[in-house]
Design a protein around this ligand. Structure first.
Ligand code: NFS
Length: 641
């Protein structure tokens, strides 16, 4: 559909809702972005410093004005300092999330909270990777022992790396990080030290600070992502393939619609349970039942384990409310626009906050806690049901767009599907097809949306180019939601978009796995914390091939990133040795040293580096050339031009 909204979003449902929002005079993220333009050029280059109150200071990028802040810090120091603080803030979000699970696992093991330990297989697998013997232990005893190891990582006062690092990362990487002095020791302490290092008058050396940025990436990965995925799987179960639907068309005019948004599934899993239990109450209230749908990573979590459909991704969260049928939008932490309550004022929608660190003026706050999880989840669902009767029918406007897709591709699920082809040696079919060139390589498409680029356009454009060239895609976060909405995660997409070699492989695996259709060409591996799953898959592949991760024909991309968390995760990907593409330009160009290290010199040290390119076709070409180069170095066939 060619219309004036297609510069804002390439998602047709979002375009329709943008038109609707304009008719109703509802302000959206796109309007506020327009009002901010032109955005501050100093800030965009990372040259604005607010570290102390002698400032704010700024360095003139053209060389005419001041070249130093009041304290004497120049462009390189200021940019590096800002970058470290961004990465530290990103890491702190994921570490905070992981920390919730240490508490949860401990309490679950002691029977203090209504969360059974669901996945005994994963429990034993995590125990084994941590070197714990399961013998003679009940599952509760083993869970408690795992929670204690995690807690010790947060109490480490020594210099040795966190246990979660040595247990999760390839040994070769851990050695490389130790040699550089960046291996995480204790997430809390490392983040504290990064903030201390970047205080006024402490570190002025940009390269020394960039090493700390790398450490923040690793803190995010192991104190945040890996720890979280591992413990979440133990409590809630490891995802298995599941069919679902994506886009605003999943909302139902005749049902109580509850949209779940945020990141921590402790609350959202309980909402799924109680939505099922209270469905009849919704019917008594005059609705046809309860429809749950998700936004952002809480959405991804309950999709992966429960098949709950995706309403939309980050940038169009306000537009979900503008459908007029959302009876409650229940949020926990991260990526929640404070404007939700303003949009909700135009409708009957209740915005329900649930966490002590994430309140929004104008929202209803329900103090969700683990001990009272059932009562609180019940309270939330009942608030939504009671609100159904307040819906104004004249304001209902649901776009019909929705696509069907498959989610739930944990590493275990992928290996399980491959085992149907070769039960003894499941990775062999994948590796053989990479070696033969049927699969050129693999790319991870991850991360957010940003209002600076047309919503979903770089995700979708890049994915289509890569698939055409036989690059298998794995995806997480809002990227995965973009690709699901665009219809790239179902068997039909394999027929339509995959190159011949890739199509043949996915068809064979799909048939063997009993799907009666090809595997999707883009595999949904979960939320952003589940980038840990991607790393585990790559580590397994590298281990199988007896090479290092940095030698694999692979790349990562956050084509529309916006969050501090994405900066931390991207830095980790580079530290794993992976070429990492970013669509928007990070705020570092004001420093030639920082830019030079991140896009070039870091490769010598860690094997990976950043590239920046907003055009999806050009980005795909660079990624494909990189993959071909890695194939050549491994002595694998390369396609003829
Ligand atoms: Ni990731 Fe998931 Fe989305 Fe970006 Fe936000 S939801 S944690 S940060 S916007 S991908």
């Amino acid at each position: 559909m060619e219309n004036k909204y297609c510069h804002q979003s390439c998602d047709p449902a979002a375009q329709k809702m943008l038109k609707r929002a304009e008719e109703l005079n509802i302000e959206t993220v796109w309007d506020r972005y327009a009002a901010q333009e032109p955005q501050c050029g100093f800030g965009q280059l990372g040259l604005c410093c607010r570290v102390c109150s002698m400032g704010p200071c700024r360095v003139d990028p053209f060389g005419d004005g001041p070249q130093k802040g009041v304290c004497g810090a120049g462009a390189d120091t200021i940019v590096a300092r800002n970058l470290v603080r961004t990465a530290a803030a990103g890491a702190s979000s994921h570490v905070d999330h992981g920390y919730e699970y240490i508490q949860a696992l401990k309490k679950a093991a002691q029977g203090e909270i209504p969360y059974p330990i669901k996945d005994e297989g994963k429990l034993k697998a995590i125990a084994a990777k941590l070197g714990l013997s399961a013998e003679g232990k009940t599952k509760e005893e083993l869970a408690l022992a795992i929670a204690e190891i995690a807690a010790q990582d947060f109490a480490n006062t020594g210099e040795e790396p966190m246990k979660w690092v040595t247990a999760s990362a390839p040994a070769e990487r851990v050695e490389a990080w130790k040699k550089l002095g960046v291996a995480p020791r204790n997430p809390d302490r490392d983040i504290r030290s990064a903030l201390s290092q970047t205080n006024i008058g402490t570190d002025a050396d940009p390269v020394n600070m960039l090493l700390t940025a790398v450490r923040m990436g690793l803190v995010d990965a192991y104190g945040g992502l890996h720890l979280t995925t591992d413990l979440q799987d133990i409590i809630f179960g490891t995802p298995t393939p599941v069919a679902s639907e994506a886009n605003l068309g999943v909302l139902k005019e005749d049902k109580v619609n509850i949209v779940v948004h945020g990141h921590v599934p402790l609350m959202s899993e309980k909402l799924v349970e109680w939505a099922n239990k209270l469905n009849d109450k919704a019917i008594v209230a005059g609705a046809a039942g309860i429809q749950l749908a998700g936004i952002c990573c809480s959405g991804n979590e309950i999709l992966m384990r429960q098949g709950v459909p995706i309403a939309t991704n980050f940038l169009s969260q306000e537009l979900a409310i503008a459908t007029g049928v959302v009876d409650a939008i229940v949020v926990d932490i991260q990526c929640i626009m404070p404007s939700l309550t303003t949009v909700a004022e135009c409708f009957h929608t209740k915005v329900i906050t649930t966490m002590p660190i994430a309140k929004i003026p104008g929202a209803t706050h329900v103090d969700f806690n683990l001990e009272e999880a059932d009562a609180k989840a019940q309270e939330i669902i009942e608030l939504a049901i009671a609100n159904y009767r307040n819906r104004d029918k004249s304001k209902v406007h649901i776009p019909q767009e929705k696509t069907s897709f498959l989610g739930g591709f944990s590493v275990e699920a992928i290996v399980g599907a491959l085992a149907k082809v070769n039960a003894e040696d499941p990775l062999k079919p994948l590796v053989d097809n990479i070696a033969a060139g049927n699969i050129l390589g693999a790319a991870a498409l991850v991360g957010c949306n940003t209002v600076k680029l047309t919503q979903d356009s770089v995700h979708v454009g890049l994915a289509k180019e890569l698939l055409k060239n036989n690059v298998l895609i794995v995806s997480t976060g809002c990227a995965a939601q973009a690709l699901a909405k665009a219809g790239l995660m179902n068997p039909a997409a394999t027929e339509q978009y995959a190159g011949e070699g890739l199509k043949a492989v996915l068809t064979a695996v799909g048939q063997a796995a009993g799907l009666n259709a090809p595997l999707p060409p883009v595999l949904h591996m979960g939320s952003c914390v589940d980038n840990s799953r991607i790393a585990d898959l790559l580590s397994a592949l590298a281990g199988y091939l007896k090479v290092n991760v940095k030698d694999l024909p692979i790349a990562a991309s956050a084509p529309e990133f916006m969050s501090e968390k994405a900066i931390a995760i991207g830095t980790w990907a580079v530290a794993m040795g992976i070429l990492t593409h970013l669509g928007p330009t990070p705020q570092v160009l004001g420093s030639p040293i920082v830019t030079g290290v991140l896009t070039d010199k870091v490769e010598e040290l860690l094997g990976g580096k950043f590239i920046v390119e907003a055009d999806p076709v050009k980005a795909a070409a660079t990624i494909i050339n990189h993959i071909i180069d890695k194939r050549q170095k491994l002595g694998l066939t390369v396609p003829q031009a």
